[in-house]
Design a protein around this ligand. Structure first.
Ligand SMILES: [Zn+2]
Ligand SMILES: [Zn+2]
Length: 343
């Protein structure tokens, strides 16, 4: 089969490799669509260093079951499926508490996080545990289905952890792909004012088209004033989906009493300060969220199937696997949103 194999940083090679074989409780999936995540781009460009070569990236996948190993009864060849990229044992303390993303024996197919990294979906075929597969509803496209994992992360952060309520005034800081998904989830959950904060005019336009009621450029340092002009009572919920530490600091600045706030985008080890007494009197409810769980995956699929969120709306580029280098170039340019690879 054809795969995009990362041999070293900046050495992405399209070449034939042996097709994966399903072992006990595993399934092989013919990949139809795979989202290009910032994590993949960072691995290819060496911005992220925890990569062992050779590596096949790509963890946001949907496709058709090609074959199953012994013991698999939940899916059969021909079934259209969505892949949860994080594997888990199902037996440890964390798994039994519902936090499969904390699993002591976690693995990832093409992603980042666990020590056990297996080949991902920038290839014609990939394999994983059958229990990591979800049935793709017929009316959800493969491209939309490939974005189940990031959408599930958005649902988990906004609705499950930060307990967004209907009518809440919501601010999303950073409206790249994951920020737009947070925004669409907040819209579907009945946000009142829904404000996007992003220095990119392209990103702000996209957010307004997808239902933001306001968009603010933070570059002039007057973000708090602007937010409180739009929502005089201040935000009920702030989601940081940006990454830079400045975005987290801005979130801290935007709070009023009772604001729930979610540290969602930052992954670097930079620090920010919190005033202890102020935090006490604000009753500031900080949450954070990473990764996904079977519950979040299922909820994301439900949102797509009921037409409450359509991730196709954030796809700006599509490339066949043979043009993966063009996909990498597309990822490098600022005016893009979600890039999809179709192997
Ligand atoms: Zn991702
Ligand atoms: Zn476990």
């Amino acid at each position: 089969m054809l795969a995009a194999v990362l041999k070293d940083f900046d050495q992405l090679v399209l070449e034939p490799v042996p097709q994966p074989q399903a072992q006990m409780n595993e399934a092989v999936v013919r990949v139809k669509s795979c989202g290009f995540c910032a994590t993949d781009f960072k691995a290819i460009k060496g911005i992220r260093r925890n990569v062992t070569f050779p590596f096949i990236a790509g963890h946001e996948a949907a496709g058709v079951v090609a074959s199953v190993g012994p013991g698999v009864t939940s899916v059969k060849p021909g079934d259209e499926v969505i892949v949860q990229p994080s594997g888990y044992c199902g037996f440890c303390h964390h798994c039994r508490s519902g936090n499969t993303h904390y699993c002591e024996s976690a693995f990832t197919t093409g992603g980042d996080g666990p020590a056990d990294v297996r080949p991902g979906a920038f290839a014609e075929y990939m394999k994983t545990d059958a229990k990591c597969l979800f049935r793709k509803p017929p009316r959800v496209s493969f491209d939309a289905a490939a974005l189940t994992e990031p959408l599930s992360g958005a649902w988990k952060g906004v609705v499950q952890y930060s307990e967004m309520r209907v009518g809440d005034d919501v601010v999303v800081i950073g409206v790249g792909g994951i920020g737009l998904l947070c925004l669409m989830v907040a819209k579907a959950a009945g946000a009142g004012h829904l404000v996007a904060v992003d220095p990119s005019a392209y990103a702000r336009d996209h957010a307004l088209r997808l239902g933001a009621t306001g968009a603010i450029d933070p570059s002039d340092g007057r973000t708090k004033e602007r937010v409180y002009e739009i929502m005089p009572d201040g935000p009920d919920l702030i989601v940081e989906a940006a990454g830079p530490i400045e975005a987290v600091k801005l979130m801290v600045e935007l709070r009023r009493r009772g604001t729930r706030w979610n540290v969602f985008g930052i992954t670097t080890h930079e620090t920010f300060e919190l005033d202890g007494g102020l935090t006490h009197f604000l009753e500031g409810r900080m949450d954070a969220s990473f990764g996904t769980t079977p519950l979040a995956m299922q909820q994301a699929i439900h949102l797509m199937d009921r037409r409450l969120v359509d991730p196709e709306a954030i796809i700006t580029h599509r490339f066949p696997l043979s043009e993966i280098h063009k996909a990498v170039e597309a990822m490098a340019q600022p005016n893009r949103n979600k890039v999809i690879v179709n192997p």
